[in-house]
Design a protein around this ligand. Structure first.
Ligand code: CO8
Length: 259
């Protein structure tokens, strides 16, 4: 598949490194890029077990939705754009494999929302986060009001969204918006290491763990616990569960076959 704004690196076995590339606008997301992202997710090779997403260049992950494109939108066009972008991000969140955001600079507006839709957020020291939409006369439109509140809590999400103020990487780390902050030259290697650690685990178990965490999002405690019980028990019908436990007891390394 050929893309104008996505660079796809499949050189690491079972890991796909996707770079969003629109350097003239600090990788801002326009409709074409969102469509490419949508197609990319739909056609992601089944052999890929971890996806890493980053932005092109040393300055920006994604500096938001493309303001120049949005400027003239009618209410109906903005609804369509917002629904489409939110749908793409939901599809990303629902991918059966873990997605790591390698946040290499500005993650503003739609860029912060893209990171929020990923499973794991790792930032470089120069990363900057924010939902500056109110400064443009709008609100987050790619599910930021929902996911930011879930991840950092409503109180801080409200402050960030009402003020439009940005926070730096270390503050994002302190409030749990990112898991780790590393020097920029080490960012991709660090993400590849996390991805490799995931590759060493049983693939179906990782998939069920992701499903259990994501699907319990809006459930009651009782429903969420039952859901986990169900996915837990489903693991016992896999060959990998038998291999994982046998390998432990036989004091050898497990060889998983994704079955
Ligand atoms: N959209 C379009 N162009 C952008 C964007 C953007 N989001 N961000 C940067 N650019 C462009 C600049 O216009 C500039 O272009 P040019 O060289 O032609 O003048 C180029 O990128 C470089 O940017 P700067 O010169 O501004 O670089 P600085 O280092 O001075 O500043 C900043 C970097 C702080 C990132 C600054 O560019 C900035 O504030 N950008 C806008 C950030 C922002 O407000 N993002 C939120 C956008 S709204 C949004 O994401 C809503 C999501 C939901 C949409 C729902 C749809 C209905």
């Amino acid at each position: 598949m050929e893309y104008n704004h996505l660079l796809v690196d499949n050189s690491h076995p079972q890991i796909c490194l996707l770079t969003i590339s629109a350097p003239k606008s600090l990788n801002a997301l326009n409709l074409d890029i969102l469509k490419e992202l949508n197609t990319f997710i739909d056609h992601l090779d089944k052999t890929v077990r971890v996806l890493i997403i980053t932005g092109d260049g040393p300055k920006s992950f994604v500096a938001g939705a493309d303001i120049a494109q949005m400027q003239g939108f009618s209410e109906a066009e903005s609804l369509e754009f917002s629904r489409f972008g939110a749908g793409v991000f939901k599809k990303l969140e629902d991918l059966e494999i873990p997605v790591i955001a390698a946040i290499n600079g500005f993650a503003l507006g739609g860029g912060c929302e893209l990171a929020l839709a990923c499973d794991i957020r790792i930032a470089s020291e120069n990363a900057v986060f924010g939902q500056p939409e109110v400064k443009l006369g709008i609100i987050p439109g790619f599910s930021g009001t929902y996911r930011l509140s879930k991840i950092v809590g409503q109180g801080l999400a409200k402050e960030l969204i009402y003020t439009g103020n940005n926070i730096k990487a270390n503050e994002a780390l302190r409030v749990g918006l990112v898991n780790t902050v590393v020097p920029q030259p080490e960012l991709i290697d660090y993400c590849l290491k996390v991805a490799t650690d995931i590759l060493h685990a049983a693939p179906i178990a990782v998939k069920y763990a992701k499903k259990s965490i994501n699907e319990n999002y809006d459930l009651s405690a009782k429903e969420a616990i039952e859901l986990e019980n169900q996915y837990f028990s489903k693991c016992f019908s896999t060959k990998d569960q038998k291999e994982g436990m046998s390998a432990f007891l036989e004091k050898r390394k497990a060889l998983y076959i994704n079955e």
